[in-house]
Design a binder for this molecule. Structure first.
Ligand SMILES: [Zn+2]
Length: 833
């Protein structure tokens, strides 16, 4: 199927003025059937264009005249009249109506993003043709149906719908929805099945989760976010209703379309933890899409970043919230921006697929960090004034572009931001900032200059810190505008020489930060404890970069993290989580294989010791216990894990269920979990049991288990069960099992990768999932020259599409860095010996 190009989309939008789209959907027919009635004006009568239709064509008329069947998904419309009526009958293929079977219950999820709408109904599938859309559907009698619009009429219990005149009106179970204004085809979404509402209304989940999953807390967070945005954005929510549906088979973590948020059930585990800030962040992000996306969306796919960057920025509204962003998100964007083939936040794309290939670490994370840097430059209030102007100005059109948004910020700030947009949004690469200090004669700063490679303009904090016992105390911070390769900071000349100078104090910009020698020594001596949690996150990110660029041994990072755990103030939860993970990764991956066992054992011992302290709160204890499970090495440590698991068994608390799966994974990887036990845990956990058990089985140190998981992953993928496929795959590559994994390198490069890469590029949803699975199956633990050679072999690359080539390039870059870091650490060990 030829992809719609921007040139074609511009021409079609100029030609048509689409007024209404009425969709009738019969879900009780086999196969399901749809009928679309599109009414539109044509600005050049006599001209021709096409509608998009990939559903199975049954027949169509344009102004009463029969049309030929579509070719390659395009239904040709010739000789258009000033006013047109297009009527299309079609059968909806199974791929468009994925059903999750749960015993005798079935849960249907129709998502159209990014290109699924033409599988269901005839439409003009492009971001700038929003149409007043009305849905009528026929569904099985006991189903609950949740769509974009409010329900206008639902089937009366046990009888036919009164006064029905639509096709199929004599069949019970007719649902009519109110018209939804300016609905873009890819926003069309439908959840249908025996969904059950939660106690307070507004959220829906599978019947089996009623009473098990607590969704009230998340519902309250989302409603609160809705009210707040109405105040801060100054524009009312465009949808008259907003349902939240938890679904087991959503490909993304969550999505928001007009009137509806769909949330992946995997999040229920985290949402159950009242101390976890993740739920609030997801709620704020998704709810903001009611404005950025639904009220004003992108005109073309190159501006996909606007909605995601603004939603991400807004979902961390305070400096305290931003700490979590700094720890959990920024590093992956620095990484994505440093690898070959990185892309700017925004650049022209001719097709949708090109836009979706842009890494989310760039569009979401670098995009959001760029907005925060803009807030440092022009003020947070001014950023919101610009957003308000954008929504007010472009809501009547429904779409806008990068230049429109930058224009709003320019007006709000009275500062020409065209150059800012070029540097931050249209240019690849991350700036690296480093201080250059000349001491004065009498223990003062003689001069301080900020050196910058990959230069752009930033407003940053520069913090001067002095040692205060086992941590630092910030003496002073100056805000400075940095641009070009060298920026002197004259206001700090003459200040007493501090123990540490930290650039990007308060994490206002998106830049790699380096330390001078004195600062690095000071920070290592206090285990990064700067006394300011946001600046500490900046320092930890810089330290992690030192590990991955072979400048700080993995063992040193593990030691820094374990020392920091013992100090006050305690790390924020996001920091604790990320640093525990990084310490585990340092020991497993970045340390030489010969040091791995000792490092894991000492890390596990430190985490265990700390988790047993009385002062530790339950969420902190959970993170420490998870870290202990991931690093437990000795038999004694594994026995501790086993005793925890047995003690937790009776506990039905969902947050602890998540922890149990971490214990089970660690034990499974050492072949200490029998099948019967996995089964019983899976049965007790309707939300994540099946997938977690699959991952555990894949972790066993047994070639037969690996082989079974590999085949099961591909079989699940083929059946479109991507979550299950990912579960099998994520258990396969376990550090420490390299010996039994050797044969799988050839299987990956010789068979699996070419297979996944060949899956239909015409269906970007599927191609994207295949690409993700290819990432999970990559032989990540075999960090050696053979894997590097296999990954860069030209005959492998030539038949691959761009995203798969980029995936290999990225993995190869990481493997090279791992090999270099291990070699450097071996050298150090050699010298010390
Ligand atoms: Zn989003």
């Amino acid at each position: 199927m030829p992809a719609l190009t921007q040139t074609e989309a511009v021409a079609r939008a100029a030609l048509l003025d689409v007024e209404t789209c009425d969709v009738f959907l019969d879900l009780t027919a086999t196969p399901a059937r749809s009928r679309t009635e599109l009414r539109f004006r044509c600005r050049q009568p006599g001209a021709e264009t096409f509608a998009d239709l990939t559903a199975d064509f049954l027949g169509a008329t344009l102004n009463g005249a029969a049309l030929d069947r579509p070719e390659d998904g395009r239904l040709m419309l010739r000789g258009l009249a000033p006013e047109n009526a297009l009527i299309v009958e079609a059968e909806v293929p199974e791929r468009a109506l994925p059903r999750f079977a749960d015993g005798s219950d079935e849960y249907l999820l129709v998502t159209s993003f990014p290109a699924g709408a033409p599988d269901v109904f005839a439409c003009f599938d492009q971001p700038d043709i929003g149409v007043t859309t009305t849905l009528t559907l026929v569904a099985p009698p006991d189903w609950e149906c949740l769509g974009n619009g409010p329900v206008a009429e639902r089937p009366s219990p046990g009888g036919p719908a009164p006064g029905s005149s639509a096709p199929g009106s004599s069949v019970p179970g007719i649902w009519r929805f109110e018209p939804v204004r300016s609905l873009v085809p890819f926003e069309f979404t439908l959840c249908a099945g025996p969904f059950t509402p939660n106690a307070s209304g507004g959220t829906w989940s599978r019947r089996v989760l009623a009473g098990v999953a607590d969704t009230d807390g998340f519902n309250a967070l989302a409603r609160d976010a809705l009210r707040r945005y109405e105040a801060t954005l100054g524009v009312p929510c465009p949808s008259p209703k907003y349902d939240i549906v938890f679904h087991p088979d959503l490909q993304a973590l969550a999505m928001s379309v007009p009137g509806l948020m769909v949330v992946n059930e995997v999040l229920l585990e985290r949402f159950a933890d009242p101390d976890d800030d993740f739920a609030a962040m997801v709620a704020r992000h998704e709810v903001l899409h009611q404005w950025f996306g639904c009220t004003v969306g992108m005109r073309w796919w190159d501006d996909l970043w606007i909605d995601e960057a603004v939603a991400t920025y807004a979902s961390y509204p305070s400096d305290t919230d931003w700490i979590a962003f700094s720890y959990r998100q920024k590093e992956r964007a620095y990484h994505a921006d440093a690898i070959p083939g990185t892309q700017p936040v925004s650049s022209p794309v001719e097709t949708m697929a090109q836009a979706l290939d842009r890494p989310s670490a760039i569009t979401y994370v670098k995009g959001a960090a760029s907005v925060r840097q803009l807030a440092a430059l022009i003020g947070e209030q001014t950023v919101y004034q610009g957003l308000n102007d954008y929504l007010t100005r472009y809501a009547p059109v429904g779409t806008a572009r990068l230049d429109d948004l930058v224009g709003c910020w320019t007006r709000a700030s009275r500062r020409d931001l065209a150059g800012w947009a070029d540097e931050w949004l249209r240019t690849t690469g991350t700036s690296t900032l480093r201080p250059s200090l000349t001491p004065g004669t009498d223990g003062t700063i003689g001069s301080l200059t900020v050196l910058q490679d990959n230069p752009r303009t930033h407003r940053i904090g520069i913090g001067l810190y002095d040692r205060n016992g086992n941590r630092l105390r910030r003496r002073q911070v100056v805000s400075a505008e940095i641009s070009g390769a060298r920026t002197p900071v004259p206001e700090l000349a003459g200040e007493p020489l501090p123990d540490a100078i930290i650039l990007n104090d308060g994490d206002q910009t998106f830049a790699r930060v380096r330390f001078d020698d004195r600062t690095r020594q000071t920070l290592c001596s206090v285990a990064m404890n700067t006394g300011d949690p946001l600046t500490e996150a900046v320092c930890w990110n810089a330290a992690w970069h030192l590990v991955t660029s072979a400048e700080l041994p993995a063992a040193a990072l593990v030691s820094l993290v374990t020392r920091r755990l013992r100090d006050d103030p305690p790390l924020p939860l996001a920091g604790l989580e990320v640093l525990t993970d990084r310490a585990v990764e340092a020991a497993n991956t970045w340390a030489p294989a010969s040091a791995r066992t000792v490092l894991r054992e000492s890390l596990a011992a430190a985490l265990l010791e700390f988790s047993e302290r009385a002062v530790v709160t339950p969420p902190v204890r959970r993170v420490l216990a998870g870290g202990f499970a991931a690093s437990a090495q000795t038999d004694v440590q594994l026995d501790v894990l086993r005793s925890w698991l047995d003690a937790d068994r009776a506990d039905t608390d969902r947050a602890d269920a998540a922890l149990c799966w971490k214990f089970l994974s660690a034990l499974a990887a050492r072949d200490r979990v029998p099948d019967a036990e996995l089964k019983s845990f899976a049965t007790a956990d309707p939300a994540g049991g099946e997938t977690n058990a699959a991952a555990c089985r894949a972790m066993r140190p047994d070639p037969v288990a690996k082989d079974g998981a590999w085949s099961a992953a591909l079989a699940a993928a083929k059946a479109g069960r991507w979550r299950m496929a990912a579960a099998h795959a994520r258990g396969i590559w376990v550090p420490g099992q390299e010996e039994i994994m050797e044969p799988f390198r050839e299987r990956y490069f010789g068979e699996t990768l070419p297979l996944l890469a060949s899956w239909d590029r015409g269906r970007p949803g599927q191609a994207r999932e295949a690409w993700r699975l290819a990432g999970l199956l990559f032989p990540v633990t075999l960090a050696d020259p053979m894997t590097i050679a296999a990954a860069e072999h030209p005959t492998l690359h030539s038949p691959l599409g761009e995203p798969f080539r980029m995936l290999l390039l990225e993995r190869e870059t990481v493997l090279r860095a791992v090999v270099a870091a291990r070699a450097k650490a071996e050298d150090v060990q050699e010298i010390l010996r």
